[in-house]
Structures are given as C-alpha cells and as structure tokens.
Design a binder for this molecule. Structure first.
Ligand code: ZN
Ligand code: ZN
Length: 346
C-alpha cells in the first residue's frame, strides 16, 4: 500500500509499504478522507514544537472497517468509522482519572506517532468510533475538530443559556460557535478581522459577527450581548491582541477560556485578570464522550460542516493541498485529502 511521509518541512514522499498486520484487539481500516488542520500546517512549515521528521501525517480521518481482530466486538466489516488519534499510557494520574487527553505521555497520531495518511491503517479497536451511515466521509473527517470544540464548550459548565463571545473566526471558532449554540447557549458573538470569515460564521448560524478592525471589541460586547456582556469569552485566535481584548473587556468575575495555541510567550495584563477575579481556563483536545456528542449534534442537524469544507485534493496531491492553503490563507477553512477516490466514497 501507499503511505505518505513528510520527510522534512515542505517535503512529502509516498512509500510503498506492506498492509499492516492487526493484533487481536485491533481493526484494519481503509482510509477514506483526511482533513488538514492548523497543527498539520505547522508540521509542513517546520514550526510544530513537538514533531520531528520523518512523520506520516493524518489525524482528522474517516475510514471503513475492512478486517477485525479476533477479540474485537461491537464493530463490523464495512462500517463507516472515525479514529480518535490519542495514544495514551493508561497509567499516569490523568489517565487513571479518566482524563486521558491530558496523559503525561500523550502522543498524537500524525505528530509523535504514525498518522493515518496511508491506504490502510491498523488501529486499536478502542480508538475506533462508528459514524452513522447517513454521514459522509467528508463530514466524518470533521468530527475531530468538532470534538475539540464540543469539549471546549463543555469546559464552561454553565453553557446552557449563556451569552458567549468567541475571538477568532477560523474553523475552530466557527465550530465552537455552533457547538455552544447546539449545547444551549443563548447568544453567540464572534469576532475576526476578515469579512469573508465573518460572513461564513453568519451562514453557520452565529448571532453576531463583528469585525474588530472596524469596531472596538468592548463596544461590540455590550451592543450585541447587552450591559452584562459575556458570561464566557473564548480565545480561538491565541495572540496578545485577542487575549488582551478578552482580559480588558470581560465582565468582572466572568470566565475566559483559551482554545488556540499561542505561537509564542504571551504578554498580557495579569494585574487586570487578578483585579477582576477572572477565571482563565484552558481546553485540550477531547475525550471519547466529546466524539459521541459531536456525532449526535451533527445527526440532529444542529451543526453545519459543509460550509467549512473549502477544497479537496487527491492523495497524491497532498503537497499541492498545503501550497493552496498557504496561497489562500484568508479564504481557506478545511482542506480535505481524498485518500480513496473510488466507489461510493462520499
Ligand atoms: Zn487537527
Ligand atoms: Zn497517561
């Protein structure tokens, strides 16, 4: 079979390797589609702090089961599935307390361990989650980023009825806006400096989309959400400007949740954070229950994934996909790789 390997930044090779053997508790899947996300792009540029080369990428994935290990139960050959890409030890404190997304030895497929960008992939059955037959393989790849945002939404336990502000209108910002609404948020406002992205957010049902190049974030908060402003502010951009806005304008005693990964050391006003007794919270990936909720919310029609799919490339054109993303930064949301272009593969 063919396997993608990024041998160095901006260099992709395809290797002919044997189809992997499976262990008793594993399944063999045929990879259908893969989504490219911001972290993959960091690997492409050589700026991902926790990835070395060569690496086979791919962690946002949809697949079809082709073979079951002898001990595997609850899965069937032919079933549409997605794969949860976290490899964890099961023994450390977070793992023993159900928080394996925070495993002290966490490895993520496509970064610190082999990703799914190959025609077939052998994986522990425990990491395989069936997706409904009605869901397309393209939608299936987006369950991973959606699980990120479902987890982020649930990191604010009072999300039901909440007034929410989200800074940053990329795929994660827009999926988070939808996740908050789907989990019962009252009103969601999103900000960005790109009108293109803000329009897309509106199409996906966000209540207010504000361009902070034209309007002050503080003013927008009261205009859109009222005098009491937001109950929770999510930073999905992850820079000093957005975190600065959040800290400066958050209602006293409210919550800020950092979703994005800061590219460098932050310079923010912790004196105000302190003086306003703000809860600064964070969120890290997801757990199985977030996938289950993500699948349910898509199935209930509460989340729109299609508007976020920008373009699709054939497996052999993996490199072109990255070049397209680099050349179309503002207008690109999710780019998909069609690993298996044959058959009923939709
Ligand atoms: Zn990702
Ligand atoms: Zn662990």
């Amino acid at each position: 079979m063919i396997q993608q390997v990024m041998t160095a930044p901006k260099k992709i090779e395809f290797r002919e390797v044997p189809v992997p053997e499976i262990k008793a508790d594993q399944v063999l899947v045929k990879i259908m589609k893969i989504g490219i996300c911001g972290s993959d792009i960091h690997v492409y540029h050589g700026t991902h702090p926790f990835t070395s080369y060569p690496v086979t990428q791919g962690h946002e994935v949809s697949a079809k089961v082709v073979k079951l290990g002898s001990e595997v139960q609850g899965l069937e050959v032919g079933q549409k599935v997605t794969i949860e890409p976290q490899v964890y030890c099961g023994e450390c404190y977070p793992c023993r307390h159900g928080k394996y997304n925070l495993c002290e030895k966490l490895k993520v497929m496509g970064f610190q361990t082999t990703g799914t960008a190959s025609e077939y992939f052998a994986v522990d059955a425990s990491k395989v989650t069936p997706i409904p037959e009605s869901m397309t393989y393209s939608e299936g790849t987006m369950l991973e980023p959606l699980a990120v945002t479902v987890h982020a939404a649930k990191r604010f336990p009072e999300i039901k009825g909440a007034k929410v502000a989200i800074l940053g209108c990329g795929p994660i910002g827009i999926l988070l806006a939808q996740s908050c609404k789907a989990l019962g948020a009252d009103k969601v406002m999103i900000t960005d400096v790109s009108d293109y992205r803000l329009e897309l957010a509106k199409k996906c049902g966000v209540d207010f989309a504000v361009n902070t190049k034209e309007k002050d974030f503080g003013e927008a908060l009261t205009e859109c959400l009222g005098e009491d402003k937001a109950d929770v502010i999510y930073d999905c951009a992850g820079n000093d400007i957005t975190m600065g806005q959040a800290i400066k304008y958050a209602r006293k005693g409210s919550t800020i949740i950092l979703v994005a990964v800061f590219g460098k050391m932050a310079t923010v006003d912790l004196a105000v954070l302190n003086d306003h007794e703000l809860d600064l919270n964070t969120t890290m990936m997801y757990r199985h229950e977030d996938y289950v909720d993500a699948i349910r919310l898509v199935n209930e029609g509460k989340i729109q994934l299609k508007p976020l799919m920008s373009k699709e490339y054939a497996f052999k054109d993996y490199l072109e996909a990255y070049q397209y993303i680099d050349d179309n930064k503002e207008t690109t949301m999710k780019v998909l790789i069609d690993v298996d272009s044959s058959e009923e593969n939709i």
